[in-house]
Design a protein around this ligand. Structure first.
Ligand code: DQA
Length: 147
């Protein structure tokens, strides 16, 4: 049985900690990776943690996860609001999917209020800062245990 969580990050999240810190905070994506690895490790799960600015990379990684992952945690960043292709890729997966946003997208500009990915996500976490990733890992552990 798969025991690996795929944690995928979309465009501009490589700039986390430097980009608009008043919205996204001062912790870097490397900090987030370490937090996720620690949370998953406590449950005996491995993580694959990746970021890309390219939509096709995210889609290819979801295809990979389709075969290899116990669950997918994804912050699709701006592709949240635009990518039917990413929704379709996630819809082809049978494992649990959790969508994470660092900021509360519903409190921001109206173009951020709609998420294509939410149509497939089993849970959505928004507005908890980078702590949302840890909450997502913890919830994913419970979803995986439920089978
Ligand atoms: C984000 C919210 C998106 O609207 C935005 O495009 C991002 C980050 C978040 O984590 O809050 O890049 O997904």
């Amino acid at each position: 049985m798969a025991s690996t969580l795929y944690i995928l990050n979309g465009p501009n999240l490589n700039l986390l900690g430097h980009r608009e810190p008043e919205i996204y905070g001062s912790q870097t994506l490397e900090d987030v990776r370490l937090m996720c690895e620690a949370a998953a490790g406590q449950a005996g799960l491995e993580t694959v943690f990746r970021q890309s600015n390219a939509e096709h990379d995210l889609i290819d990684w979801v295809h990979e996860a389709r075969e290899a992952a116990a669950g997918i945690i994804i912050n699709p960043a701006a592709y949240t609001h635009t990518s039917i292709a990413l929704l379709d890729a996630l819809s082809a997966c049978s494992c649990p999917v959790i969508e994470v946003h660092i900021s509360n997208i519903h409190k921001r500009e109206s173009f951020r209020h709609h998420s294509y990915v939410s149509a497939r996500a089993d849970a959505v976490i928004a507005g908890c800062g980078v702590e949302g990733y840890v909450l997502a890992v913890q919830h994913m552990v419970r979803l995986c245990a439920m089978g």
